[in-house]
Design a protein. Structure first.
Ligand code: TYD
Ligand code: MG
Length: 463
């Protein structure tokens, strides 16, 4: 049971927003988060408030005319990985701060060490500050990654002031801090990882980044529910937030931007974890389709779009008669509610008897798909499994399904069909509305469909 009242020298701080309270409360009065108050020692509050603490660190800015600002001066630094650059919007922006989040053991340290080594080889010295591992441990990993003798400096330091001192000394072209939750400032007495410390460290690193135009990459831990640990302010402070995802049992990893001041957020970078570290995957469709057994009932190839890049993935469905009265519906990789909706459409508009059947849908390879264009793939996979009939070989599909059973148009149809053609697919079932000159020119037969029933006929043959 948490103590109901803080001692004279402690205070309860909301770990979600940084709100403070003298007493323990179940719900933060600032951000309404439940159970987020943690007791922290009350550090000496700086007497003169924000100005004295941060004022000296910030560079003085001049008012400048829009036309006089030179954009070319902010040329990006290539990270050495095309896949990583793509997510960043074309490379690392000088003076920007990037936060990379991900579950423990997913490969954050591995990726950033590889990036650090490559930037060191091209752009100048890189400082890799590791608060979680000793220099020896980092080097051991480096040997496995075979990063050679780049101008890479390691620092096993968790004290913010000493870290900033080292930055002054080394004057690196890139700073990596692994992880922000281990960094503490001497000015605060709360524990590393607490909201105050994380905010303090991030703010000072931000000033340092902006002042000396030093790109900084922070590693952030995620909590059990998958969001970034620490205060939300951290996500506001940084310029870019990347998530590093993947399933432990699959070798591929995906880097996704959820916030980016310097590029699109929908971009995706795909890597494969190998014995020698992370390798960029330039053709993810091939990876996601590699284990596919064609012609099996319930398996459908979907042309999905992640950012600007088309990706073919396999959707699998299994329909089997439920044993326990209530039918079970499980979805992995697609939204559960969307699946329920599509099953209702199949039942009502295409006359499929799904009541009482267990339905399982899975995106092979552990990818998450959240675009409506996946609808037709889900519908086809479920119908294919129910009827025990495989989809015609060499056929891919995409399209949004409406509640009336109509198939709606999908953006970038030409790009999707082209990707399918490149991977040897000979036929695409597409929304009639997206059927255009562009899709016809893509080098693959396209069949435009207007309703779910038409689509099922085109994919599985007449029922
Ligand atoms: P790591 O980068 O330490 O993860 P994080 O920093 O996100 O916690 O990665 C650890 C995992 O990566 C570990 O399970 C082993 C695996 N790995 C490889 O498969 N190959 C390699 O070359 C390396 C360095 C790690
Ligand atoms: Mg790590």
């Amino acid at each position: 049971m948490p103590k109901a009242r803080a001692d004279a020298r402690t205070v309860f701080v909301c770990q979600a927003c940084g709100g403070r309270s003298r007493k323990w409360v179940g719900r933060c009065s600032d951000c309404n988060a439940w159970n987020s108050m943690a007791e922290e020692p009350e550090g000496p509050e700086p007497a003169a408030g924000g100005d004295a603490r941060y004022g000296a660190r910030a560079a003085r800015a001049e008012v400048r005319r829009y036309n006089e600002i030179d954009v070319a001066a902010a040329a990006r630094v290539p990270s050495g990985f095309g896949e990583f650059d793509r997510v960043l919007g074309g490379g690392i922006v000088p003076g920007s701060m990037v936060l990379v989040g991900g579950e423990p053991g997913i490969g954050k340290s591995t990726l950033l060490l590889q990036v650090a080594a490559r930037v060191a080889a091209t752009a100048g010295p890189v400082l890799y500050a590791s608060g979680e591992e000793s220099e020896q441990q980092v080097k051991e990993r480096g040997e496995r990654l075979d990063i050679g003798d780049a101008e890479l400096y390691l620092l096993a330091e968790t004290c913010l002031e000493r870290l900033l001192e080292a930055v002054e000394r080394v004057r690196p072209a890139l700073l990596v801090v692994d992880s922000i939750q281990t960094i503490y400032s001497l000015n605060l007495s709360s524990a590393p990882g607490s909201v105050g410390q994380v905010r303090e460290a991030a703010t000072h690193l931000l000033f340092s980044a902006k002042r000396s135009n030093l790109p900084t990459i922070l590693v952030g831990h995620v909590t059990k529910d998958g969001s970034l640990a620490g205060p939300k302010v951290l996500e506001h402070v940084v310029d870019t937030v990347l998530y590093f995802e993947g399933e432990r049992h699959h070798s591929h990893r995906v880097v996704r931007a959820v916030k980016n001041r310097y590029g699109a957020v929908s971009e995706l970078g795909v890597f494969e974890m190998t014995g020698a570290g992370l390798l960029p995957v330039s053709n993810p469709s091939r990876l996601f389709l590699s284990d596919r057994a064609a012609g099996v009932p319930g398996s459908v190839v979907l042309c999905s779009l992640e950012g600007t890049r088309p990706i073919l993935v396999e959707l699998q469905a299994l329909v089997s008669t439920g044993a326990y009265g209530t039918a079970r519906r499980m979805a992995s990789g697609i939204d559960h509610n969307r699946l329920s909706l599509l099953l209702a459409v199949l039942e009502k508009r295409a006359g499929l008897g799904l009541a009482g059947e267990d339905v399982f849908v899975n995106v092979a390879g552990g990818l998450e798909i959240d675009e409506p264009a996946a609808d037709l793939g889900v519908v086809a996979a479920v119908a294919s499994s129910l009827r025990g009939r495989g989809v015609q070989s060499g056929t891919a599909v995409f399209g949004e399904v409406g509640l009336g059973g109509e198939v709606r148009g999908t953006p970038q149809a030409g790009l999707r069909v082209k990707e399918a053609a490149q991977l040897g697919f000979t036929r695409c079932v597409v929304p009639a509305a997206s059927h255009s000159r562009e899709t016809a020119a893509a080098g693959c037969e396209t069949v435009g469909v207007e309703t779910v029933e038409d689509a099922l006929d085109a994919l599985l043959g007449p029922s």
